[in-house]
Design a binder for this molecule. Structure first.
Ligand code: ADP
Length: 259
């Protein structure tokens, strides 16, 4: 009987091992298809500018060289597309880097107030036609667990979008507050907002609610996925409240270094 008991135990253990292996296979499969999806998305995004540049080159090659107007137009359109590709490639690198931040040993800390105010002042300067306001509830210096350039990058992505997707009402509101363990930073605009359907996808790579419009504004559809990856890598979260036609609030929460 003791032999049978130990056989039973071995069987149980084997079943457990098989279960773990199955789970690993599922995970691996998921990673592989995410990778394939990424390659396919990237190819798709790069194909448009490449096609446009190629079209211009063919045009010039055939008969445009001698027409200064066609020549000038083709060169400036091609340059704009090449710049778009450059931006896209840089953003993809950013995204990959954001995915590689090790969560376990983050020693970075950043004084929140100074960083938010710096971004705020910069935006005020770059967009004099906008009215920027801020509610700052931080009474004492608070340090978030994040590298400073990363916090800046997140805020810039959100503020940039707020500007890009504002319509006539050119107002942007920042709000900073904290709880015991977290700092909360919100950036609000009163622009076009997002439908519920779109709001569910804005953090997906390459997702653009209004493809044509976003593309015209130089959008790649990667900004928010970079912001989300960064925030999550540091153990924080990002969320969105939005109503179509009346604007959006993007809020990030990040862990504070405990005093
Ligand atoms: P993009 O480079 O296109 O702006 P993002 O990843 O930053 O890419 O944003 C994804 C999409 O989410 C945008 O194309 C836009 O449709 C929508 N979006 C982002 N921010 C806002 C906002 N503040 N108001 C309305 N729509 C927004």
């Amino acid at each position: 009987t003791s032999q049978r008991a130990s056989e039973g135990k071995i069987n149980d253990e084997l079943t457990d091992v098989v279960k773990v292996l199955n789970r690993m296979m599922d995970r691996l499969q998921g990673l592989i298809s995410a990778q394939q999806q990424f390659v396919s998305d990237v190819s798709h995004e790069l194909r448009t500018p490449v096609t446009i540049v190629k079209g211009h080159m063919e045009l010039l090659n055939r008969w445009g060289k001698d027409d200064p107007e066609v020549l000038a137009d083709s060169i400036s359109s091609s340059l704009a597309e090449v710049q778009r590709m450059e931006t896209l490639i840089n953003e993809m690198l950013n995204l990959t880097r954001a995915e590689q931040i090790p969560v376990e040993n983050i020693k970075d800390m950043t004084e929140v107030d100074g960083t938010v105010h710096r971004v705020f002042e910069n935006f005020k300067m770059i967009h004099p036609d906008f009215n920027f306001t801020m509610d700052d509830d931080l009474l004492e210096p608070a340090h978030a667990r994040i590298r400073q350039d990363h916090l800046e990058q997140i805020l810039i992505i959100l503020a940039d979008n707020a500007v890009k997707y504002s319509l006539d009402r050119k107002e942007i509101h920042f709000a900073v507050s904290r709880t015991r363990h977290q700092v909360e930073i919100g950036i609000q605009d009163f622009g076009e907002g997002l439908s519920q359907e779109d709001a569910q996808h804005v953090f997906d790579r390459f997702y653009r609610a209004d493809k044509a419009r976003s593309r015209r504004k130089g959008g790649s559809g990667l900004g928010l996925s970079i912001a989300e990856r960064l925030v999550k890598a540091y153990g924080g979260d990002i969320n969105l409240e939005s109503a179509e036609g009346s604007g959006s609030i993007f809020t990030i929460r990040l862990p504070l270094v405990s005093e």
